[in-house]
Design a binder for this molecule. Sequence first.
Ligand code: MRU
Ligand code: ZN
Length: 217
Amino acid sequence: MEKINLEAIQIAFDTLQNVKDTFSKKGWFPATSGNLSIRVKGTPLEKNQSIIAITSSGKDKSIRTPEDYILVKMDGSLVLPSNLKPSAETLIHTSIYQRIPNCQAVFHIHTIPNNLISELYADQGKVTFINHEIIKAFDIWKDNASITIPIVENYFSIPKLAEEISKVIQPEVPGVLIRNHGIYVWGDSDFTAKRHLEAFEFLFEYQMNMYFLKKFK
Ligand SMILES: CSC[C@@H](O)[C@@H](O)C(=O)COP(=O)(O)O
Ligand SMILES: [Zn+2]
């Protein structure tokens, strides 16, 4: 095993803890859903060589325990022997890191707005948002700005789901919706990934409210 800096691991675990607490307060981890990962600094960026810290599987993410995070390699295997299980969706995380070379953090949540939007636009396989100020949160700075997020089916097999997500990823769009499941977002830092996630959730909530407003006016 390569040497990993203990301080870098602690920084990664602390960062995940802060993000987990923040998202939990927003109600973004219902029924133990959701998972988070971050690339451990100092580990190589090259494909297949990075190490990530990821949430353990099936935990109540609103409470802190000493068993909340675990280190995994890009093939999903554990860096150190442990009884802990990494997220059941670890392979989705590792495939995103391998697809997006400067990716430093991957966040996944289940919300009512992201589930409703994913179902409403599932047949198109994507949903587009146009002319919202918040699109600047994706670093898109122009008139008539738009962003289109892809939607994939919610396959039971995680390797299949990871493969389908990998196929639809576009480097300039930092997210993918999974039908009636949730969203995966990423960024070149935990700060950026959080900003992307908040912007997507803002757009989903807006669209959902507009849909009902138009229906019942
Ligand atoms: C309890 S429903 C959610 C899970 O099936 C899964 O989709 C999820 O997001 C959390 O899985 P986990 O293994 O805890 O990372
Ligand atoms: Zn999930």
